[in-house]
Design a protein around this ligand. Structure first.
Ligand code: NAD
Ligand code: ZN
Ligand code: ZN
Length: 391
């Protein structure tokens, strides 16, 4: 089959690789119809995540048709149309029983490697380095899906791929980030990053009762999307001092909750543009200013800082003194996608959410290298790329 394979920094290639096969009796094989490129894929493309190997198949946001079932699979059958959650979860360990699916204790065959890096292991993730299990990803014609009775959502008839694909990751991710904010009527939520995750965090914050959402980015088309689709107020961090602006907009107190939907980009492309302003805004000498630190410093006393943005290693100069003395709550995590698929599917069916509205590019799988380039550099007004192996 054809698959999009990682070969190094800024180097992905469409290659012919062996078709996946059933390895365990709870596996299914899915023939992929749609698969997206995520901001998390950019961390691999940027070379920020260790333990990638040349030839690794990328992709963790995918859906398609079941074409083969292991002997132990009970809930799925050949022909089912499914969306696959990005964390791989066994469904019955200590973590899974608490619905903490992204820290499943059984799905990462490289647990030791993760323990060395983070002190404890995490769940396996499709297409996301050997640190999270070395599973082949879904930017391919076919993928093997382990624990198939636990994760995948069977799509009801009449819903297009575009409407349900993002249940695999970014819609639950934006929603979990907003849910973590304990939003109460009248609350103001600020969101750093107007990429796909930020857009869904903004929409979810309104859905969960926020009175105002203030969206922060530097790309006019992403800010315009936040304003036009969700009625967010917007700030361009190249034009204003974000902490001052947020204080002014909230009667001097700061937002009730702050969401960092940027992650490691702040160490990469974002930082080159933001450095001087953020440094001033921090009112302290910093080596590597991040959206995360800004979110912590801007948040009102007693508020919540919610961090869906992905971090890999250390982010220095985290203002723990500010967090501690001002009674902030920090919530973060790889999304426990399984929890949110069914309830968010229902919201899509009711018309409360229309995830397709952020898609700017549909492409053939063959064009994945071009898709990565325009998504990384935000060229051609790109917000979200969906790839189609059959196109
Ligand atoms: P993206 O790259 O499209 O969006 C990031 C946005 O942040 C960009 O629009 C960029 O201009 C903006 N930005 C950069 N520096 C900024 C700054 N200092 N202040 C404000 N905005 C800034 O990516 P995405 O797909 O939206 O993903 C966003 C983050 O969420 C990534 O870190 C990704 O890895 C993470 N993510 C996490 C999970 C999870 O399970 N927690 C799941 C999916 C994605
Ligand atoms: Zn993703
Ligand atoms: Zn488990």
């Amino acid at each position: 089959m054809k698959a999009n394979c990682w070969h190094g920094v800024n180097d992905v290639r469409i290659e012919r690789v062996p078709d996946p096969t059933i390895l365990n009796q709870t596996d299914v094989i899915v023939k992929i119809t749609s698969t997206a490129i995520c901001g998390s894929d950019l961390h691999l493309y940027d070379g920020y995540v260790p333990s990638m190997e040349a030839g690794d198949i990328l992709g963790h946001e995918f859906m398609g048709e079941v074409v083969e079932c292991g002997a132990g699979v009970k809930r799925l059958k050949v022909g089912d149309r499914i969306v696959v959650p990005f964390p791989i979860a066994c469904g019955h360990c200590f973590a899974c029983e608490q619905k903490m699916f992204s820290v499943c204790e059984n799905s990462n065959p490289n647990a030791e490697m993760a323990e060395k890096m983070w002190g404890h292991s995490t769940a396996g993730i499709f297409g996301y380095s050997h640190l999270t299990g070395g599973y082949a990803g879904g930017q391919a014609e076919y993928a093997r899906v382990p624990y198939a009775d636990v994760g995948p959502l069977v799509v009801p008839e009449g819903l297009s791929d575009d409407k349900v694909l993002f249940l695999s990751d970014i819609l639950p991710t934006g929603y979990m980030a907003a849910e973590a904010c304990d939003i109460k009527p009248g609350d103001v939520v600020a969101v750093w990053g107007c990429g796909p995750v930020g857009q869904f965090a903004i929409q979810s914050a309104f859905l969960l009762g926020a009175e105002r959402v203030i969206a922060i980015d530097r790309f006019p088309e992403r800010l315009a999307m936040a304003r036009d689709l969700s009625k967010a107020e917007v700030l361009n961090y190249e034009e204003v001092d974000i902490i001052d602006a947020l204080k002014q907009m909230t009667g001097g107190r700061g937002p009730d909750a702050c969401i960092d939907a940027v992650g490691m980009e702040a160490h990469g492309t974002g930082i080159a543009y933001a450095y001087d302003r953020i440094k001033q805004a921090m009112r302290m000498e910093t080596e590597r200013p991040t959206a995360l630190r800004e979110a912590m410093l801007a948040c009102r006393n007693g508020g919540v800082v919610s961090v869906p943005g992905v971090y890999g290693g250390f982010a220095d100069k985290i203002p723990i003194g500010s967090v501690m003395n001002r009674s902030l709550t920090i919530r973060t995590g790889q999304t426990h996608v399984h929890r949110y698929m069914q309830p968010l599917l229902e919201r899509i069916q009711k018309g409360e959410l229309d995830p397709a509205c952020i898609i700017t590019h549909h492409m053939a799988l063959d064009d994945a290298p071009h898709g990565y380039e325009i998504f990384k550099h935000k060229q051609d007004q790109c917000v979200k790329v969906v790839l189609h192996p059959g196109m």
